[in-house]
Design a protein around this ligand. Sequence first.
Ligand SMILES: *[C@@H]1O[C@H](CO)[C@@H](O)[C@H](O)[C@H]1NC(C)=O
Ligand SMILES: *[C@@H]1O[C@H](CO)[C@@H](O)[C@H](O)[C@H]1NC(C)=O
Ligand SMILES: *[C@@H]1O[C@H](CO)[C@@H](O)[C@H](O)[C@H]1NC(C)=O
Ligand SMILES: *[C@@H]1O[C@H](CO)[C@@H](O)[C@H](O)[C@H]1NC(C)=O
Ligand SMILES: *[C@@H]1O[C@H](CO)[C@@H](O)[C@H](O)[C@H]1NC(C)=O
Ligand SMILES: *[C@@H]1O[C@H](CO)[C@@H](O)[C@H](O)[C@H]1NC(C)=O
Ligand SMILES: *[C@@H]1O[C@H](CO)[C@@H](O)[C@H](O)[C@H]1NC(C)=O
Ligand SMILES: *[C@@H]1O[C@H](CO)[C@@H](O)[C@H](O)[C@H]1NC(C)=O
Length: 901
Amino acid sequence: MSPAVSSIILLCLVSVSAVLSADLDALKSLSESLNTDGTSSWNTTDGNPCYWQGIQCDGTSVVNISLPGMHLSGVIPPSIGQLRSLSVLDLSKNDLSGEIPANISSCTSLSIINLTGNRLSGPIPSDLSKLSNLSLLDLSDNHLNGSIPDTLGSLRNLTYLNLGHNALIGIVPSALGNLNALTFISVSQNALEGPLPESFKNLTSLQTLLADQNNLSGILPALHWESLQWVNVASNNLTGEIPASICSSASLQSLILSNNGFSGTLPSDLGECTALTNLRLGRNALTGDIPADIGKLQSLIYLDASENYLTGQIPTGLSGLKRLALLNLASNRLVGTIPDDLGNVSTLQELRLAKNSLVGVIPHDLSQCRLLSVLDLSANNLEGGIPSDLCSSTRLEYLRLQGNSLSGHIPDSIGDCHELLELELGDNRLDGTMPSSIGMLANLQVSLNLSSNHLSGSIPDTIGTLGKLVTLDLSHNSLSGQIPSMAAMISLVTWDFSYNLLSGPIPRVGSVLNSSSSGYAGSYAHNPGLCGGPLPPCVPPNGQSTKSRRSSFWQVAGISAASIVVVLLFFFFVTMAVMYKRRAAVTVEATPPQMVSHVFVPVLLQGVDFVSVKEAVRGKGSLVSSNHFSTMYKAIMPSGLILAAKHFHCADKGLLFRHKKMAFDLDKLWRLSHENVMQPVGYLVEENLVVVLYDFVPVCSLGQRLHESSTKVPLNWSMRYEVAIGAARGLAFLHSCTPPIVHMDVNSDNIFLGHHFEVKIGDIEVAKLLDPTKTMASMSSVAGSFGYIAPEYAFTMQVTLQSNVYSFGVILLELLTGKMPTDEAFGEGLDLVRWVEGASSRGETPEQILDSRISTESFVARQEMLAVLKVALLCTDGSAMKRPDMSKVLELLQEAKMSKK
Ligand SMILES: *[C@@H]1O[C@H](CO)[C@@H](O)[C@H](O)[C@H]1NC(C)=O
Ligand SMILES: *[C@@H]1O[C@H](CO)[C@@H](O)[C@H](O)[C@H]1NC(C)=O
Ligand SMILES: *[C@@H]1O[C@H](CO)[C@@H](O)[C@H](O)[C@H]1NC(C)=O
Ligand SMILES: *[C@@H]1O[C@H](CO)[C@@H](O)[C@H](O)[C@H]1NC(C)=O
Ligand SMILES: *[C@@H]1O[C@H](CO)[C@@H](O)[C@H](O)[C@H]1NC(C)=O
Ligand SMILES: *[C@@H]1O[C@H](CO)[C@@H](O)[C@H](O)[C@H]1NC(C)=O
Ligand SMILES: *[C@@H]1O[C@H](CO)[C@@H](O)[C@H](O)[C@H]1NC(C)=O
Ligand SMILES: *[C@@H]1O[C@H](CO)[C@@H](O)[C@H](O)[C@H]1NC(C)=O
């Protein structure tokens, strides 16, 4: 090599590193600030950064930093402003936190900024407006707050602006209407107020406008409908009419106005919107008729205009909608008949016309809709029979025809609807017998409701094979004969046979979950000949005595331990009561002491005054919490000491005789010190009074905080997460003791929260102090609280470590959904677990079941909630063996926080 050539090369190398030095410094500090472990090629001691992963240079300077989804964390350093030639900055889908540095506005060459999917907070720097070359700005899915700076309106080259899913407040600045190159704008899922600016009419290139899930109000302004293709302003408080011009050019493909206050009629020229695939207008206050030429919307796939005040008839000509999959006109004021030609819409999957005033018959042609999975015509005035070939659409999952005036027989062919999950035919005028083919609907889960009809004859035995069914209602008919065996109906939670002509003994039902404190005699009421179970006993033909009946009970239990029945449960309590009385009779020999009391903790001994304790539980202390078994008061001692005093409502009277055992048990609990377990420090027992003392005075229970907090703001996600971790720690600790301590009643009212948000599990002693005779009416006393009871309890009658895990899973679901463990709104017989499990069959995504008040806090909150949801589903697995143990649960929960997609 000649010296000349080598010196040229040397010169080049020198000049390369020299020019890059400012950029190199910036990259070095970027590397220090972000955790770049994942990007191993970032060797800051190695001269030329142009070879680092995700970095591109143009000759001498860095022009492109693209590191999407690299698990980077840390903050974006202000030194980034030194990269004067940087044109592309893509740090999307990482774990960046802190604010967007204002210095970024010094990177004057920037044309693309993509920071979506991080945890960036603070305001949007108003100096971003200096980036005059910026064409794409994606800051969506972060925690940005403050208002949208109106200086952004000077970014004349901006074509794409996404500020969606942050915590932005204030109004949408009118200046954004200056961004006339804009083709895409999203401000979805923030807390923006006020109207959409009129200046948006000037956005003549705009194709996509997304502003859903804010608090926007006012009318939808005139927009440049000639260019708009996708418009979503759902879930705001927008009012006024749908603008007449939306279809002036046929560019519109998706228009979503659902869940606002839009009024007036549908645009008369709707039929001109020929490119429209998705039209959702549900939950508004729209009036008037559905335009007749809606049948011209050949591209339409989804049409939802439910929950409005639409009148008139369903237009004919819908058969022109060759791609229609969803037609939802439910909850309007529609009259007339269901058009026959709907049967020609072969693509139809969901037809929802419930809650209108439709008359006439169910068109036979509907059976030609082979893809139909939801047919909901309930609560109309339909007459005639159920078409016999309805089930030729074998995909039918939901058939809801209740609340009409349908007559005739239930067709035998109903058994062809193999996929059916719900069959609702109640409240009609159906007669004849129940076809035995109903028993072939092996997938029926949600409900089988044939109530309030004129059905006669006997209930087919095949009903008893519906092992997945949760709710069965055959009430208010004229069914006669015996109720068939229901032992295989292991999922059944509620059933109703009342108001029929049934007779004979009440059969065993697979599950005892239905046990409620009110008893179920009502489920069988008004039948002339039913007996046994909750009803008066059947008169045995050969006059057996009660005693031999009970021994036959033991035989049954022995033969079939795996199918415990309601009847059995009843006898269980009777037996317990009898046994208890006998034992009490034996022990009464010694005269009991008048009162016993004890404080275990030496340092508290001086401070406790039992007279004050008694006054507190007799109403002088302020109430802290109350549940089925006990009420907790704040008790202030004369010494100034404050304790929590728990008064048991129906404590075991035998305690006075056995107080030494009780002292031993409580003392043991006190010695098991753990920060997440509420430990007793003393007790007081008198005749009619059992009080346990604690040194921790809770502010409220988790149940109260979650479900009764109408005045307070909802618990945010990080607090809910801390509660979950605290409770899991406490339970894991109890389970790790030798021998393990099984909590008898894990529920959200037994998780207590302190002044400094301490989380403690309470009521661990409950099982030892209750009087079984007083709590007989409620199975909760042995199994826990309703909605928290693990399914296997029905077979085992034992609360186990695994059933604690199940109950804990229910608490996780409460934290995630904000819902109570049982709620009528879940649908008949469903509890929270089943409701959550049923989400996908209802077409809901996991996101949709989360408490939207907190899942919308941030992208990260939502991700973590979804991860915790997975844990909750593991815990509530129907099979006890498949549930993780509590220490594993704790570990999984901790991972949920750390993991970040
Ligand atoms: C970084 O580069 C220097 C010099 O090229 C080299 O000695 C060192 O081993 C590299 N470090 C890593 C982690 O690759
Ligand atoms: C920036 O770099 C990324 C990956 O290194 C590449 O995919 C992208 O096309 C580049 N952008 C431009 C504008 O060159
Ligand atoms: C950030 O910008 C300010 C003002 O433009 C400047 O003084 C400062 O040096 C910059 N910081 C860095 C780290 O570049
Ligand atoms: C920003 O990055 C994300 C993920 O890396 C990508 O999905 C998104 O399309 C990008 N935004 C734009 C406008 O290109
Ligand atoms: C702006 O971008 C264009 C190309 O998109 C480029 O030619 C021009 O140099 C850029 N201007 C600045 C100031 O970087
Ligand atoms: C927009 O970008 C073009 C090049 O694409 C550039 O010439 C022009 O100066 C930019 N506009 C503004 C307002 O900076
Ligand atoms: C639209 O742009 C024109 C001209 O640029 C301007 O005069 C008018 O005020 C703008 N309209 C709105 C509503 O901002
Ligand atoms: C919606 O707007 C109306 C007035 O237009 C107002 O009375 C109502 O309170 C608003 N609702 C919400 C939830 O902001």
